[in-house]
Design a protein around this ligand. Structure first.
Ligand code: F6P
Length: 320
């Protein structure tokens, strides 16, 4: 009997999810498997909402953002009853394994399913790049480029008006995206949850920057640090300089995936089906030091990715 594998996208969408679905489907079919796409994340799994994926149904999606399967947050999957229902649905669908494409919440669900005997492989996809076990997540490079392009535009208006800007960047409770965006956009300062900021010191450095002839200064502010609007007000009060706040928001989640994102998604999707074929399951696939890598889901959820403080140092040295 032909083996059947399910593929699901869950949590926040990330550009490149479609390229991963395409790779899973095409490589899965090439290996002789049937591929079932679960609609609307785990919610769809609980409601038995699925479609059969074919070579042609994944045509023309490698360059699109979002997820053709749709995605969503599903609090129910965190409950025992929800998990039991998910296992039942997987059995009713006669799935031999499930590919779960998503971020840390999806990884936790992968772990819970694997503990109940379901064969899963997790593909990391999130703009936050906060998953241990992979140097990069699908969608990260695209979000990075989108944010940098936006800050380049903000720089134009900031310079014309001699203003300080606080730019809020996504990343949940982590500063991975913010740090790389800041370095690539030449921001002067960075505020991330991983580092305590001395507001008075920051204010005096901003004033010194102005005295040194800087016509604009941009503070990259991670959303996990609280309200950027409040932060902006405090900075304005402490510096007596004109401050504006801009929240990049959900534009960071959309758009055409960059070539780098598409390559990563294609490699990981292809790799995933090869692993299933070899009988290797309950792992997170990823990219480590430029090579495709595998880590047990158990280990991936146990450890936290480390924030590289060197990025902040480089940024400060270069933004003189
Ligand atoms: O995890 C991706 C992400 O975009 C985070 O950066 C952000 O904090 C969160 O999702 C927003 O979630 P939601 O789509 O539920 O508003």
């Amino acid at each position: 009997m032909t083996k059947r594998f399910g593929v699901i996208t869950s949590g926040g969408d990330a550009p490149g999810m479609n390229a991963a679905i395409r790779a899973v489907t095409r490589q899965g079919i090439a290996l002789g498997y049937e591929i079932i796409g679960i609609n609307r994340g785990f919610k769809g799994l609980l409601e038995n909402a699925f479609i059969s994926l074919t070579i042609r149904s994944v045509s023309g999606i490698i360059n699109t953002g979002g997820s053709i399967l749709h995605t969503g947050r599903c609090p129910e999957i965190k409950t025992i009853a929800g998990m039991n229902r998910a296992v039942r649905s997987i059995k009713e669908l006669s799935l031999d394994g499930l590919v779960i494409i998503g971020g840390d919440g999806s990884l936790a669900a992968s772990h819970a399913l694997s503990k109940r005997g379901i064969k899963v492989i997790s593909i990391p996809a999130s703009i936050d790049n906060d998953i241990y076990g992979t140097d990069e997540t699908i969608g990260y490079d695209t979000a990075l480029n989108t944010a940098v392009e936006s800050i380049d535009k903000i720089r134009d208006t900031a310079t014309s008006h001699d203003r300080i800007f606080v730019v809020e960047i996504m990343g949940r409770e982590h500063g991975f995206l913010t740090a790389d965006v800041a370095l690539a956009a030449g921001c002067e300062f960075i505020v991330v949850p991983e580092i305590i900021v001395d507001l008075n010191k920051l204010a005096s450095e901003l004033k010194r920057g102005k005295e040194r002839g800087k016509t604009s200064q941009i503070i990259a502010f991670a959303e996990g640090c609280g309200l950027s609007s409040e932060f902006g007000k405090k900075i304005e009060k402490l510096t007596n300089l004109e401050v504006r706040v801009s929240t990049l928001g959900y534009i960071q989640r959309g758009g055409r995936p960059t070539a780098r994102t598409r390559i990563l998604a294609s490699q990981l999707g292809h790799f995933t089906m090869n692993l299933f074929h070899r009988g290797e399951t309950n792992v997170l696939v990823g990219i480590t030091k430029g090579e495709l890598s595998v880590m047990s889901i158990k280990k991936a959820i146990r450890y936290k990715k480390k924030f590289n403080k060197k990025t902040v140092k480089i940024l400060r040295n270069l933004s003189i």
